[in-house]
Design a protein around this ligand. Structure first.
Ligand code: NOJ
Length: 584
C-alpha cells in the first residue's frame, strides 16, 4: 500500500470519531448538521422529466412528493432540484422569469413546502438550483429594461452596450454564445444586450448593487422555506469586464490574460459576491450549503469551493474521462489534493442533465464524437449496451466508495441509456436550433422516467410526456427492476445502504499490485474498493465481499466490475477474541 491522501480537514459527515467534539454530544450533533454535505449522496431531479402528478405531460413538484418513497428507499441523503421557477423553457428552465416563485405548470409554493416537508420527513435534504448569470427575457426587470431608455437605471441591471456603426446597427463585438450564434441581441435603439447562452437569457450586470441585493433576497427566500443548500449555475461568469474597447472573439480565445483577469469568466472579483452569499448562508443554523458549477481550470476551483466562498465546487473530470484505471486514479488524486487545498470535500459526477448518460458513453468506443454520434441517431458506431451498463455500474461503485460527495442523476439508478434517436421535431434544447442542426443537444438524457412498465406513459404521466419515451424504456421501468435482485435499481439501493454503513473519514489509501487495468483503494475502517477496468479477470484481495457491481466468479473479479470488501470478519474475530470464548 502507498500514498495516504487525506482530503479536507473537517470531520466526516457520519461515523467520524476524530475532532475535539468527540466527548461533547451536542457539539458533535451541531458539527454533523453543518457538515452533512461533505460525504452526501445527492440525487439530481430534473423536475419536468421526473414524475407528473397532474397529467399535463410535464413533471411537477407534487410528482416529486409522490416519489419520495422511491428516493428514501434508494437511500440518498439529498435531492438537488434543477430549476422549477416560472420559465418559458427556452433552456429547460434555466431561463428564469421569477426566481422566487414556482412555475404554475409545476405547482405552487404550497406544494413546494409540502415537497420539502415530505423529503425532510424522509431524512432527505433539499438543494435548489440558483441561476445568477442570467434571467429570462420575460423577467420583470428585463421587460422594464427594454421599455426604458439607453443609460437608464433599468438597463444598468443587465449588460447593454451601444452597437458599432453609425446607428449602432452592428453588434458591439463578434462574440458567440455558448449555444451558438451571436452573443448580442439588438433592441432597436442602437443598444444591444449580452446573452452568453440563448437570446432569451440576458446576462445580469453584477456590478449593479440592486442585482446583488435581489439575489440575496432570493437566497433568503428559499433558505427561509427550509432549503438546505444551493447549486449555483454558471458560477464562474457573474463578474465581467465590459470596459471599452471590447476584445474580439479571437482575442478572447487567445486567453493570454493572467488568471482572474479574463474578461468574461473566472474573474477574481466574482468571489466578492460569494463572500457576501457565504455570510448569508452562515447566518442560518445549520449553515446553508452551496456547490458551484464553475467551468474553470482545476487550479482555480479551490476558490469557489473555499469555506469563505460557496463551500464546494463540482469537478466534472470523471464525467469527461474514459473508463480507464490510470485515468480514474489520476483524476481522484488530483481532486483529493484540490479538495484538501480548499477545505471542501470532493464532488463526483458521472451523469447530469447536460451530458450523454454514462451507461451510453461507456457503450461506445473511447474517443467517439458524441455529438456526431447523436446526429446520426445513435447507430454509428453501434453501442454495446451490455458493456456500457456493466462499466457504468462499476464506475458508480467506484465513485460511491470515494471520499467526498457523489452526485447522481435521475434515471441512472435504472441504468437508463441515452435516448439517441429523438426525432428533430420533438427536440427542445436550444442548442439544436442555435447551432442550426449541427448539435442535437441534451434532450436524450432528459426523457421522462419509466416508473411502471404497463402503465400509460410508463407511469410518468396520465397525459402525453413532453418528450417521447421509447418503447424499450418499459424493460427498464422501476417496477420491473423492483423485484429483481440483480437489477441496476437493486444494485444502487444496496450500494447506498452499504456506503452509509461504511462511510468513514475522508481518507483514501491506494492499493497497488492488484492487476493490469485495476484501480483499488482502502478507506479507514477496512473498506476496500477494487475496480477492474482491464481486459482480464483478477484475483480479489483478502476480505469479505460486501458489494459487487456485477457477477463475480468465486474470488475472481471479472472485467468491468467493482467489488467492495471489508475486513469486518477479521474485526469481529478480534472482538470475539477480546471478549473471550463465550462472547460475553
Ligand atoms: C448550466 C446548466 O447545467 C445548463 O443546463 C444550462 O443550459 C446552462 N447552465 C445555462 O444556464
Amino acid at each position: 500500500m502507498t500514498d495516504v491522501l487525506e482530503a479536507g480537514t473537517a470531520p466526516a459527515a457520519q461515523g467520524s470519531t476524530q475532532g475535539s467534539t468527540q466527548d461533547r454530544p451536542q457539539e458533535r450533533r451541531r458539527d454533523a448538521a453543518a457538515t452533512w454535505w461533505r460525504q452526501a449522496v445527492v440525487y439530481q431531479v430534473y423536475p419536468r422529466s421526473f414524475a407528473d402528478a397532474d397529467g399535463d405531460g410535464l413533471g411537477d413538484l407534487a410528482g416529486v412528493t409522490a416519489r419520495v418513497p422511491h428516493l428514501a428507499r434508494l437511500g440518498v441523503d439529498a435531492v438537488w432540484l434543477s430549476p422549477f421557477y416560472p420559465s418559458q423553457l427556452a433552456d429547460g428552465g434555466y431561463d428564469v422569469d421569477d426566481h422566487r416563485a414556482v412555475d404554475p405548470r409545476l405547482g405552487t409554493l404550497e406544494q413546494f413546502d409540502e415537497m420539502v416537508a415530505a423529503l425532510h420527513g424522509a431524512g432527505i435534504k433539499v438543494v435548489v438550483d440558483i441561476v445568477p448569470n442570467h434571467s429570462s427575457d420575460q423577467h420583470r426587470w428585463f421587460r422594464e429594461a427594454l421599455a426604458a431608455a439607453p443609460g437608464s437605471p433599468e438597463r444598468d441591471r443587465y449588460v447593454f452596450a451601444r452597437g458599432r456603426g453609425e446607428h449602432g446597427e452592428l453588434p458591439p463585438s463578434d462574440w458567440t454564445a455558448v449555444f451558438g450564434g451571436p452573443a448580442w441581441e439588438h433592441v432597436g435603439d442602437g443598444e444591444w444586450y449580452l446573452h452568453m447562452f440563448a437570446p432569451e437569457q440576458p446576462d445580469w450586470n453584477w456590478a449593479n448593487r440592486e442585482v446583488r441585493e435581489d439575489f440575496l433576497r432570493t437566497l433568503r427566500f428559499w433558505a427561509d422555506r427550509g432549503v438546505d443548500g444551493f447549486r449555483v449555475d454558471v458560477a464562474h461568469a457573474l463578474a465581467k469586464d465590459m470596459s471599452l474597447p471590447l476584445p474580439t472573439a479571437a482575442e478572447l480565445a487567445a486567453d493570454d490574460l493572467p488568471d482572474g483577469a479574463h474578461r468574461l469568466t473566472d474573474r477574481d472579483e466574482v468571489h466578492e459576491i460569494y463572500r457576501e452569499w457565504r455570510e448569508l448562508f452562515d447566518s442560518y443554523d445549520p449553515p446553508r450549503t452551496a456547490v458551484a458549477e464553475a467551468w474553470v481550470p482545476a487550479h482555480r476551483r479551490a476558490r469557489y469551493a473555499s469555506p469563505e466562498g460557496l463551500g464546494q465546487a463540482f469537478n466534472f473530470d470523471l464525467l469527461q474521462a474514459d473508463p480507464d484505471a490510470a485515468t480514474f486514479r489520476r483524476v481522484v488524486e488530483d481532486n483529493l489534493r484540490l479538495a484538501r487545498e480548499s477545505g471542501a470535500s470532493s464532488t463526483w459526477v458521472l451523469s447530469n442533465h447536460d451530458v450523454v448518460r454514462h451507461a451510453t458513453r461507456y457503450a461506445l468506443p473511447a474517443g467517439t464524437d458524441l455529438q456526431a454520434w447523436l446526429l446520426g441517431g445513435g447507430t454509428d458506431p453501434a453501442p454495446d449496451r451490455e458493456r456500457g451498463l456493466r462499466l457504468a455500474r462499476a464506475a458508480t461503485a467506484f465513485v460511491l466508495a470515494l471520499p467526498g460527495s457523489a452526485y447522481l442523476y435521475q434515471g441512472e439508478e435504472l441504468g437508463l441509456p441515452e435516448v439517441a434517436d429523438l426525432p428533430a421535431d420533438v427536440l427542445q434544447d436550444p442548442t439544436w436550433v442555435r447551432s442550426a442542426g449541427a448539435e442535437k443537444g441534451r434532450d436524450g438524457c432528459r426523457v421522462p422516467l419509466p416508473w411502471s412498465a404497463s402503465a400509460p406513459a410508463l407511469g410518468f404521466s396520465t397525459g402525453t410526456p413532453h418528450l417521447p419515451q421509447p418503447a424499450w424504456f418499459a424493460g427498464l421501468a422501476a417496477d420491473v427492476q423492483e423485484a429483481d435482485p440483480s437489477s441496476t435499481l437493486s444494485f444502487y439501493r444496496e450500494a447506498l445502504a452499504v456506503r452509509r454503513r461504511l462511510r468513514t473519514e475522508e481518507e483514501l489509501t491506494w492499493v497497488d499490485g492488484t492487476g493490469d487495468g485495476v484501480v483499488a483503494f482502502t478507506r479507514p475502517g477496512g473498506w476496500t474498493c477494487v475496480t477492474n477496468l482491464g481486459d482480464g479477470a483478477v484475483e480479489l484481495p483478502a476480505g469479505r465481499v460486501v458489494l459487487a457491481s456485477g457477477p463475480l466468479d468465486g474470488r475472481a473479479l471479472p472485467p468491468g466490475t467493482t467489488a467492495w470488501l471489508t475486513d469486518e470478519d477479521a474485526q469481529q474475530d478480534e472482538r470475539q477474541d477480546a471478549q473471550g470464548p463465550t462472547g460475553r
